[in-house]
Design a protein around this ligand. Structure first.
Ligand code: SAH
Length: 367
């Protein structure tokens, strides 16, 4: 294999491995994305056409507006508490929160009751959020644990896919964890640790009989987060909605990918210069949430959910006042958010709620 091109962060990772031994894919992902000095999210703004990727709230204001109205419905169901925490995980440029709050202001009392909490590691993105949301006086935290107890409405769009995953491969002799090793010249390569029961124990029981050669991915960080959210909503009241990409059913196969300037990039090359993501395993997260006491709805596809929330009605309303160019944009956004070959099917919506809120019909999978 030819040596991978590296970066100062890559050289630090190679030295760490030389000193302390190989690291798991999760440890690699965590350092590449959130290393305090040189992590991908710590060094710039990854968004936009000239950036690395675009997300649904950046495609259309309708996305955040519809989720904002969904949040007001949850607040009603909660009995309109006079104080609640309105939390966003990984708010990016603050666009979705701004759109949600603009739409939610039509509901008297909602904004006055909401204390805005933003969970964000990136200094550059915190600055964008501060500019965008100054009027709402948000509070920032590095982790959900920083948000005080109390009723909560939480949203997270494309956050869970950035949480570190571990990769396990079925070999003839058993399950092996995939690790990152350092090679001469400080380049990095994947290798397999010897089979172990520790590795096997990470594999969901239903997938342990996979054929040799199969890989599975698990995200202990995502399970711990979802367990925490589910515990909060079932204890203190409220609901959370997670929007992300991944299959509805757990499956084998590798999904870890690097993206730079809207194109695929090698995961181990020039670490810190490309985003790293993996598909979200909605079915197993749903199980964790139920185990922690939450009622779980979905996952359903983003396209179906947005249509149920009234995307078409909202688009028609916007089209009435639109110029021809704006009308083309609105139609293009609707297709991008909802069509199967775009984001409509790969992206799923999963909600975790206090069982006392009663059924959330928008998220029922049937019908
Ligand atoms: N929700 C936004 C941004 C998605 S990108 C949108 O839809 O446009 C992921 C976001 O999560 C970024 O804001 C990134 O800085 C933040 N982030 C990634 N990993 C994080 C972590 N471990 N802790 C806190 N924030 C994180």
């Amino acid at each position: 294999m030819s040596p991978t091109a590296t970066t100062p962060l890559g050289r630090r990772i190679a030295r760490r491995i030389a000193l302390h031994g190989p690291i798991t894919v999760a440890e690699y992902m965590a350092q590449v994305l959130t290393d305090s000095a040189e992590g991908y999210y710590m060094t710039g703004d990854p968004f936009g056409r000239s950036g690395d990727f675009t997300t649904a709230p950046e495609i259309s204001q309708m996305f955040g507006e519809l989720f904002g109205l969904w949040c007001t419905e949850i607040w009603h169901r909660m009995g309109k508490p006079a104080h609640f925490h309105f939390v966003e995980l990984g708010p990016g440029r603050g666009t979705m929160m701004a759109d949600m709050l603009r739409a939610a202001q039509v509901v008297p009392g909602f904004l006055e009751s909401a204390a805005i909490h933003l969970i964000e590691v990136s200094p550059a993105l915190r600055k964008c959020q501060a500019d965008r949301l100054a009027a709402f006086r948000p509070t920032w935290h590095n982790e959900l644990a920083g948000v005080p107890d109390g009723p909560v409405i939480l949203v997270a769009n494309e956050f869970v896919d950035a949480l570190p995953i571990r990769q396990l491969t079925r070999a003839e002799a058993g399950w092996c964890e995939r690790i990152v090793v350092a090679e001469p010249g400080d380049s990095l390569a994947f290798a397999l640790a010897p089979p172990s029961s520790a590795a096997e124990n990470l594999v969901p029981p239903g997938l342990r009989d996979a054929e040799p050669g199969q890989m599975i991915e698990v995200s202990p960080a995502a399970h711990s987060l979802v367990g925490d959210i589910a515990g909060r909503v079932s204890r203190d009241g409220g609901a959370a909605i997670l929007i992300d990409f991944g299959p509805a059913e757990s499956r084998t196969g590798e999904s870890l990918q690097a993206v730079r300037r809207h194109a695929a990039h090698d995961v181990l090359t020039e670490p810190g210069t490309a985003d790293l993501t993996a598909h979200v395993d909605f079915a197993s997260l749903a199980q964790t949430a139920r185990g922690a006491g939450a009622a779980v709805y979905g996952p359903i596809t983003q396209g179906r959910f947005l249509r149920r929330l009234g995307l078409d009605v909202r688009a028609e309303a916007l089209l009435k006042q639109a110029t021809e160019a704006q009308a083309r944009e609105i139609d293009a956004a609707r297709r991008r958010l909802c069509d199967s070959e775009e984001m409509g099917t790969l992206f799923k919506v999963l909600a975790l709620a206090d069982p006392a809120l009663g059924p959330l019909d928008d998220l029922e999978t049937h019908g």
